[in-house]
Ligand binder design. Sequence first.
Ligand code: PGA
Ligand code: ZN
Length: 433
Amino acid sequence: MRIDHIEARSILDTRGKPTVETTLDAQQGSTLNPNPQGRTLLRATASVPSGKSTGSYEACELRDSDGSVARAIENVNGEIANALIDHDFNSLDELDSFLINLDGTPDKSRLGANAILSVSIAAMRLSAMLEDIPPWKSIAKRAGTTSSAPRLFVNVMNGGAHAHTPILASREARPEGTMPNLVSGHADFKLPFQEYLLVVEGKTSAAFPIAQELFAKLGERLGDGTPMGDEGGYAPIFETLEQPFEILTELIKEFPNVKIAIDAAASELFKNGAYELLGKSYSPDELTNVYQGLASQFPIHSIEDPFTENAGDDFARLTASLDNNILIIGDDLTVTSPARIKDAAKNKEINAVLIKPNQIGTVKEALEAVQATYTAGFKAVASHRSGETMDTFIADFAYGIGAHGLKAGGFGQRERIVKYERLLAIEREAETV
Ligand code: PGA
Ligand code: ZN
């Protein structure tokens, strides 16, 4: 494959924060991009998401002190474009390795994982276009995986770091003619874990309408005016740890294919050697008891990041103590790093892995992380980030690798919905390709 034009720009994510979008062009019909039908210009664009509760072992998102991504964009338009344009690549893996070597740091901090990933994803799309196959098929071929529809992991209630979004003061509350002030919408915020998800099994065309019905019913149950969190789910206030689980259990009682998942994102709860939940402090053993109690009372499918990213031994104890059907998912613990996933496997710390391509910075390495996950006998759950764009690559990725699930947020934001809609389109494509 040969790329002949690269252009990156800044776009805004769901939080209104700048992120990188890159467009690549190639001429189909040249000897390196062969096409018997003649020469045509092919163009592929990709944008990258951004996390808020990021793990400290993640690849480096290059962000300037003013919050912009100007340097990352300069790196794509300058150094990366100069090195890539008119260079012949025999495979996408070769192109990704070239980007990794060009950066030269272990965490992609020189050129930026955001800069590099935008090019890596756009190149993957361009290559699929050149081959005239959908991106999910290109991923499955490259990874040697059997593609299939992932379970939908729909984040219906947002808490923790994802529920502190400031909201605009209402028009009534401010003097005539003044600009709205940013006020904290959630001073009394009391939803302890970061994500409460519904996991819906089955083909997307069957699962998506069920998820929509449950999301709407939950909205009615919580009442008008319930604030929304960063990932397009509701952000209500609760007084007890059990309350959100009671509400969700009641909601799904007539739906045998639906279960509850949480992402505790416990690195965010960890203060001075203990975990803080609803104003109370828990030791790792006490928190283990909390999870065991919740798993015995409620239909829990999975618990993500139950402990902080350095507490592998606590992960291992919890995993061993629960029914093997309950997934303990590593996110900040494993950060889509093949090496960290192998470590977690050796110590039996988890039985499932969250795969977020922007934690590692290239599609190639994200697929190596999937390989390490499957080799360990673990399940893979592909995931978006809390700051998202309209890019739907993650849906193709999830379907292509035959992921156990896709975590793409709640239905309060279009950037989340398009990922589920892309899965629907893939299901239709899969019948014809
Ligand atoms: P983040 O959260 O994108 O803010 O890191 C998502 C998650 O923890 O799974
Ligand atoms: Zn997480």
